[in-house]
Write a protein that binds this ligand. Structure first.
Ligand SMILES: [Zn+2]
Length: 566
């Protein structure tokens, strides 16, 4: 056989953003060897007639550092066309680590990333010391490709022990941290991550270690990457203030490395924030420095009934009502004085995360057949149909249906015009899946399938070529993943075969597949038929294949050192 794998008759979206075209793709030895009209035979042939073929997606914002050990596929990533993941974000890594550091690192993961402690205790096969040894522990055991950033929290803990959560570092300690970052980068880290989010604490209520770092320490560590001319600097500072953009600017300018910040998103409560953020970051790029905002593609949707509802908890009257027994709550909803208080509560001028917009809050599903006409309509529309005020419409409809009406709300990411501008911005890096974290609160493995289904097919905010580019070559370029993210001869055969007519993400659902049968949320997809890593399918026609073709992705500082040694 001429080839190991032949993908016949698909439409190729090659990751560059160039127009798609009809063609076959031949793979040998894990790499793409030919593209076009290919006659030779192959060990395995996939008929991609009527389908799109793209580079596999690269999920650069995961917290799979632990899960990857018991789940080499990093599920549900392959179900959504992801072939490569980056771990070690937000300052959190499991290396470098002395034995005496293990519990401190677990404390940070448990609280910041909401990972059950029992899962980490059962599932992490500690045995490494350096960052390189951590990566070595993954060699030969991966379904997806996996690389990682080295986290400031682990580096600081390693050098300062428990004092890392109490004080600034001495000059000698910063020197020792620099040595650890250098060692991590030279053994394959793709960059360095730090965390200054004032809400990020450990399980014991102490701040995560990186929050105690002053600017001198942080810039010194980041300059290690500048001196190596390698790697990305990933940051999380919390609330986005104008000073933060000065910080990103200074960091990008002094190191010359791409800086990533979190996050650029549309919020109904601050509807102009995203535009201010884009305006603030544009001058940095105009001067030739990179400071990418990470953007979520998935609207933050909450479905609820008035039997069980936390959406309005920022409003005291509403919150108190939701804590009443259901029967008493029903009575209260009927009372005009209560309704007046609810209305006043909404009208009070103060800052809330809930947007208080009746054109955004929707009826998702009514319980009675005579109310079906309201399904999918905003409360503003329902109120108009009923000739009522929106608040009365909300409460009366719910009361008519024994409080079983399902409502739909999205505080973030719901405005198609804003989302279109955000997602199309060249200064935005797509995806904040946080996969592997917050596993009992959400699952956004499908940030890519949502982009292709919701934003490309349904809302048409960008072309499929552009969207695929943002999920693949754009990410590979920023993270320095050589030979990945494009369909070109010589590139790794990381590929996804999907149906643009149906591709989408399902709602998350429960599984008990974590260590100790612990529950977590997983997510299925629609329209992803094949996910191929280094030429071998890991997800095919709805199932994981059992193959382990994934590689450890090591950055350019490692590759440079290997080349120099050879
Ligand atoms: Zn994160």
């Amino acid at each position: 056989m001429a080839y190991d794998l032949l993908i016949k008759g698909g439409r190729i979206y090659d990751g560059s953003g160039m127009p798609s075209y009809m063609g076959d793709i031949a793979v040998r030895g894990g790499r793409i060897v030919e593209i076009g009209r290919i006659a030779g035979g192959a060990g395995r042939t996939i008929d991609a007639g009527g389908l799109a073929v793209a580079p596999g997606f690269i999920d650069h914002h995961t917290h799979m550092d632990a899960q990857i050990f018991w789940d080499p596929y990093a599920t549900s990533e392959p179900q959504h066309g992801v072939t490569s993941i980056v771990m070690g974000n937000c300052g959190l890594t499991l290396a470098p680590a002395k034995t005496s550091d293990h519990d401190a690192l677990v404390k940070s993961f448990v609280r910041v990333e909401a990972m059950p402690r029992s899962v980490l205790e059962q599932g992490v096969p500690w045995g490494w010391h350096t960052y390189g040894e951590y990566l070595d522990a993954l060699e030969g055991k991966l379904g997806v490709n996996a690389g990682g950033l080295v986290g400031h929290i682990a580096v600081r803990q390693y050098v300062m022990g428990e004092e890392s959560v109490e004080r600034a570092a001495a000059v000698a300690e910063v020197g020792e941290m620099k040595r650890l970052v250098l060692e991590a980068m030279e053994s394959g880290a793709l960059g360095f991550s730090t965390n200054r989010n004032e809400r990020h604490m450990r399980e014991d209520g102490k701040p995560v270690a990186s929050r105690l770092a002053d600017d001198a320490e942080l810039f010194a560590l980041c300059q290690t990457l500048g001196d190596l001319n390698a790697g990305v600097i990933e940051t999380i500072l919390g609330l986005n203030k104008v000073e933060h953009f000065k910080f990103y600017d200074r960091l990008a300018r002094t190191t010359g490395r791409p800086v990533l910040w979190q996050s650029l998103q549309h919020r109904w409560a601050e509807p102009n924030l995203w535009r201010e953020q884009l305006d603030a970051v544009a001058p940095i790029f105009e001067d030739g420095y990179q400071a990418y905002g990470l953007s979520h593609t998935v609207p933050l949707v909450r479905r609820f009934t008035l039997k069980d509802c936390q959406v309005f908890d920022e409003f005291p009257t509403w919150k108190a009502l939701m804590f009443l027994p259901v029967e008493a709550r029903r009575e209260a909803f009927l009372d005009p004085a209560t309704r007046r208080k609810m209305r006043d509560d909404f009208a009070a001028p103060r800052k809330t995360n809930y947007h208080r917009r009746w054109d955004v809050l929707r009826v998702d599903k009514t319980a009675r057949p005579e109310n079906r006409r309201y399904d999918g309509k905003s409360l503003a529309e329902v109120a108009a149909l009923r000739g009522q005020d929106p608040l009365d419409a909300l409460l009366d409809l719910a009361l008519e249906e024994d409080l079983a009406t399902v409502f739909w709300n999205a505080n973030n990411g719901g405005d198609a015009d804003a989302m279109g501008e955000i997602l199309r911005s060249p200064y935005v890096l797509m995806g904040t899946s946080d996969a592997g974290a917050h596993v009992q609160f959400g699952a956004d493995f499908g940030y890519g399938t949502t982009l292709l289904g919701l934003w490309v097919r349904e809302r048409q905010v960008m072309t499929l070529e552009h969207a695929i580019h943002k999920l693949t070559f754009h990410v590979a370029s920023v993270f320095g993943l050589a030979g990945r993210g494009l369909i070109r001869p010589g590139y790794a055969a990381d590929l996804v075969v999907l149906d643009p007519k149906t591709v989408d993400a399902h709602e998350p659902e429960w599984a008990d597949d974590y260590p100790g049968k612990t529950r977590r949320l997983v997510q299925r997809s629609e329209g992803v038929l094949w996910t191929i890593v280094n030429g071998r399918p890991i997800f095919a026609e709805g199932k994981l294949t059992g193959e382990l073709p994934g590689a450890v992705l090591r950055g350019s500082a490692y590759r440079g050192r290997q080349a120099a040694a050879a």
